[in-house]
Design a protein around this ligand. Structure first.
Ligand code: PLP
Length: 377
């Protein structure tokens, strides 16, 4: 392998640079304005939803925070899998709500609804399924569970932009979905994210709260105006996206269907083919592969050998990751006071292998050969 392999990276180039330079030179307005409006319209068109269902933010975490604040009263509880990026938990606690750590199903690393049911209280207001490794697994069951118990659903779809559940794009059905456009996700706007919801009360709250809850400020900025006389009735934040970010995001979105999506799918298919049946490796179950644009490729390695395998891969020039340290083990979220045996066992088995459109098919085959070699040692 000539250039060093990276676990993940942004794939950006001339087109993104030209888009940013167009905003700087031709427009000169770098903040939130018409380019952000166009990015929201482009996302809506891609998803096939009305433009007012899409609200961009400056990170995926901000999108989740805005969504929780809009849909869940402070002091109420949100069921969420512990095995997720800490952003899911931080977004809930930032809104003054309480994240309740749940187990995952070991075959998909998505929320275990039997475990979640045991954690329901009269304070439970919402459930936040995380589409781990881009798989919106059992999402119908999540919605049935939410309906049974009168809960809002806030999908942490940070991994799942462009992915489908039973043929339908994530974000086009259901309650509230939040995506991330950070540098290494399926598409990037530098940093960034968005909320997608049909609920116009939630949408308007998010739209206002990303601009300090100045009422209807978005609508003014989209036409180049400012708000001088306004009212504020809720807590807000400076979470809006800039025109510079939107310019990058619009180019990236145009590259997803023809370039990034097929590349990520093809590489994941090679991993699956090369690693199927290899002793010591367990693959996560996946939906029909065509439904998923994988953001990360994670395998389970027998816990006794996991760390040695990671070291052997590192020595062979293959960087690996670990998505994620369970949030219930972090001091701020109880420091392991709750015991989640399935999650804790998985934590010692998961290994993330390099996946991004800059990796070649040949490199994936070499990585798999190194992995098999490490396991045979
Ligand atoms: C990336 C990510 C987020 C947060 O998105 P940012 O854009 O990085 O703030 C939230 N949840 C999960 C599962 C993620 O992977």
């Amino acid at each position: 392998m000539s250039t060093p392999l990276r676990l993940s990276r942004s794939i950006v180039g001339q087109a993104e640079a030209e888009a940013v330079s167009r905003v700087i030179i031709e427009d000169g307005y770098l903040g939130m304005g018409s380019e952000v409006k166009r990015f929201e319209e482009d996302i809506a068109a891609f998803l096939g939803v009305p433009a007012n269902h899409v609200i961009t933010a400056n990170t995926g975490t901000a999108a989740l925070h805005l969504a929780v604040q809009a849909a869940v009263e402070p002091g109420r509880e949100v069921l969420v899998q512990s095995l997720t990026f800490v952003a899911s938990f931080q977004a809930i606690s930032a809104a003054g709500a309480v994240p309740v750590a749940c187990e995952v199903r070991p075959e998909t690393c998505t929320i275990d609804l039997d475990d979640a049911a045991r954690r329901l209280t009269d304070k439970t207001a919402a459930i936040m399924p995380v589409h781990y490794a881009s798989n919106p697994a059992y999402l119908d069951d999540v919605y049935a569970f939410a309906q049974r118990h009168g809960l809002r659903v806030i999908e942490d779809a940070a991994h799942a932009f462009g992915c489908r559940h039973d043929g339908r794009l994530v974000g086009t059905f259901g309650d509230i979905a939040c995506f991330s456009f950070d540098g290494i996700k399926n598409i990037t706007s530098g940093e960034g994210g968005c909320i997608v919801t049909a609920d116009q009360t939630v949408a308007q709250r998010c739209r206002d709260a990303r601009l300090l809850s100045v009422e209807n400020d978005t609508e003014k900025r989209f036409t180049g105006q400012r708000s001088w006389d306004f009212d504020v009735t809720r807590q807000g934040w400076r979470y809006h996206m800039s025109n510079l970010m939107a310019a990058i995001g619009r180019v990236q979105l145009s590259r997803l269907p023809g370039e990034f999506g097929p590349a990520r799918k093809a590489l994941a298919a090679i991993y699956r083919e090369e690693l199927a049946g290899v002793p010591g490796v367990t693959l996560f179950a996946t939906r029909p592969e065509d439904d998923i644009i994988p953001h990360i490729f994670v395998v389970r390695i027998d816990a006794a050998r996991r760390d040695a395998v990671k070291e052997a891969l590192a020595a062979a020039g293959v960087p690996t990751g670990m998505h994620y340290k369970p949030a219930h083990l972090l001091s701020f979220y109880g420091g392991g006071r709750t015991c989640l045996p399935v999650t804790e066992a998985l934590y010692h088995e998961i290994v993330t292998l390099p996946l991004h459109p800059g990796v070649t098919a040949e490199e994936v085959r070499v990585i798999c050969a190194e992995l098999r070699k490490a396991l045979a040692a």
